[in-house]
Design a binder for this molecule. Sequence first.
Ligand code: NCD
Length: 355
Amino acid sequence: MPYSYDNLISLPTREKLTHFIRNEKIFHLIFAEQFSRELLDRLCRLATTLRGIAKSKEGLKFLNNLLSHKSCMLFFTQPSTRTYLSFVRACQFLGINYAEVRDINTSSIFKGETDTDSVRTFSSYFDIIIMRHHKSGFAEKTAFMMNSINRSIPIVSGGAGQDEHPTQALLDIYTLSRSFEWRPDFFNNIHMAFMGDVSRGRTVQSLVKLLCLYDNIKISFVSPKQLTIPKKLKNFLDRTRTTYQELNDIKEIIGDIDAVYVTRIQDEYDTNESSKIDYTPFHLTVNLVKKMKKRSIVMHPLPRREELDPQIDFDSRAMYWRQERNGMWIRAALISYLFNAESSILDYYTQNYSY
Ligand code: NCD
């Protein structure tokens, strides 16, 4: 029976997830909610193993050959530096051939082809399609299309409209897990603050979904009153019984938080003239960081504007540059997992690195 994408897209997220699984594994990655706690732990371990192997020339040679029979299409219709480049480098480490369309004026979309037809074309040439698209439902629509035409080509979302950024959430979890390795209870029981445009920041929406998989996380959303968290996210937090609060002054909690996740104002989605909002109370300054716990961390998905003082870069709590680097390794881990290369990597590591 032919699929009706529109009917499928209107289902609640948790009812769609089964469409994106194959052989009890994630096949298309569209939503952060597809990750389980167990899979997150597995991917974090795999990312650390990969970066260990890549340290030696021999190890790099092994990785460069690992998926050299695979190819990848990067379709990015929205601006991107980190997500795009970290996926490129992840492919290069694993020996995957890749191509890109980033400017639709250079593709047949310019001649009036629909973007779904373009994606169908990519699927004739490549083994996986990684995409960032300005329309929220586009990645899932193309995943449904791949299923309906029986094409075994995974779709991976590298950011979809205001709603989802599952691989950013993945790299944020990897960063938290590396940063809090020293804590006996890991990053269970932490207090995490999200500051800024928590209404339209897709990184916030996706990361919150993953934080709820850990024990006793407390979340504070610090934002201007015009940019508070959307109803959908509130429902999710209530359903998962996550402890959270909404406030508009970070000073109230600055000494108590273990991590702060700063975000820029997402004015590309403006309908309500957010340029008129006074964003300065949501800037993280050196003085505020001084009041944070000694072993707390400052995160930001980047790119930053004035909301994150560059002087903070010199503080050992600044984690955002490591965060972007972690993105490359965890994305390499994700691609390896999707192409079933996980056990080859772990076996190689055991044979060559554990004495
Ligand atoms: C984010 C995005 O695109 O949502 N950037 C990223 O992928 N690292 C954050 C942003 O643009 O503010």
